[in-house]
Design a protein around this ligand. Structure first.
Ligand code: GLV
Ligand code: GLV
Length: 325
């Protein structure tokens, strides 16, 4: 049996590579960096399949560069980095890794909520700088998390996993999504559906869990930030472009909101310069799904989807199903 030829844009966890090697000849980006477009086109030559990352912008030019390409398997749940329309036009299945990173990303969201509210990162820095002079009544006061109102924007898998964790903190949980859940699902998670405006107006913590698309680009800008409470916090573990980062900087500088916890940035890995100087923001290097367990599972999923498509089956995590009609 002929082995498939595939290109992988960055080294993945070893167990999944072993699985791939059983059926594929694999070529992997030899560098420890993101590839340029030209390098991806070069690597994709004469290949049957592509495994790519959220850091690769797989546009029409890349997709059309190889007429024999049979599958694009994205190592991420978000797939805004791929021109799905172009792939669909060429009838190339595109797949993602939903489900496996849900709980891991929800954990990180909570790490940000607790850390920004209780000034964990700031406190650690302070202590390392040997500035700690002893307990004091008014020293490094944060804000309570328990009993507060959590506003979740986007009630998909990750939004729900974040909501579940809020139960232990006795929080009031509001959500907004363009698709309202069933009454039963709302009851189970103790969720209150409210308008986006009302969510911004009443939440102590606003956490974003939407995919990036034309409807969610700059969902949070000047206007939305001005509606949020001065005592509130904004958390983003979705995609950077969902927030107008410059607008957020301006608001944080004048303490228009209390703070922000960000795992993603608009022009990743570049970060709006002023944010680096602020104390009331936590900046993480896009590590929402970054655990050994989850990254390994994600690698198996990209491998399984890729092999299924190459063997002519409908891959389990297909995004553009319509190509099979
Ligand atoms: C990570 O950000 C992902 O979309 O998987
Ligand atoms: C992603 O997995 C989501 O649906 O939230």
């Amino acid at each position: 049996m002929r082995k498939y030829n595939i290109f992988i844009t960055r080294k993945l966890p070893e167990p999944a590579l072993e699985l791939l090697k059983q059926k594929c000849n694999i070529e992997i980006n030899p560098h420890d960096r993101i590839l340029t477009k030209e390098e991806i086109i070069q690597g994709l030559k004469d290949k049957d399949g592509l495994i790519c990352l959220l850091t690769d912008s797989v546009d029409a030019e890349i997709i059309f560069s190889n007429p024999d390409l049979k599958v694009i398997s994205n190592y991420a749940v978000g797939y805004n980095n791929i021109d799905i329309k172009a792939a669909t036009k060429r009838k190339i299945p595109v797949t993602n890794t939903p489900g496996v990173l849900t709980e891991t990303t929800a954990d990180l969201t909570w790490a940000l909520i607790l850390s920004i509210a209780r000034r964990i990162v700031e406190g650690d820095r302070f202590t390392r700088e040997k500035k700690f002079k002893g307990w004091a009544p008014m020293f490094m006061l944060g804000t309570d998390v328990y009993g507060k109102t959590l506003g979740i924007v986007g009630m998909g898998r990750i939004g729900k996993a974040v909501a579940k964790r809020a139960f232990g903190f006795s929080m009031k949980i509001c959500y907004y999504d363009h698709h309202r859940l069933s009454e039963e699902a709302e009851k189970k998670l103790n969720l209150t559906f409210i308008s986006f405006h009302e969510l911004l107006e009443t939440s102590d913590f606003v956490s974003l869990h939407v995919p990036l698309n034309s409807n969610t680009y700059h969902l949070i800008g000047d206007k939305e930030l001005s509606i949020m409470k001065r005592t509130s916090y904004l958390i983003n573990t979705s995609r950077g472009e969902v927030i107008d980062e410059y607008a957020l900087l301006k608001v944080l500088e004048v303490k228009g909101i209390s703070g922000a916890g960000l795992d993603v940035f608009e022009k990743e890995p570049v970060i709006t310069e002023g944010l680096l100087k602020l104390k009331n923001v936590i900046l993480l290097p896009h590590i929402g799904s970054a655990t050994i367990e989850t990254r390994t599972k994600m690698a198996f999923i990209v491998a399984e989807n890729l092999i299924a498509a190459l063997e002519g089956k409908i891959p389990p995590d297909i995004i553009n199903k319509e190509i099979y009609k």
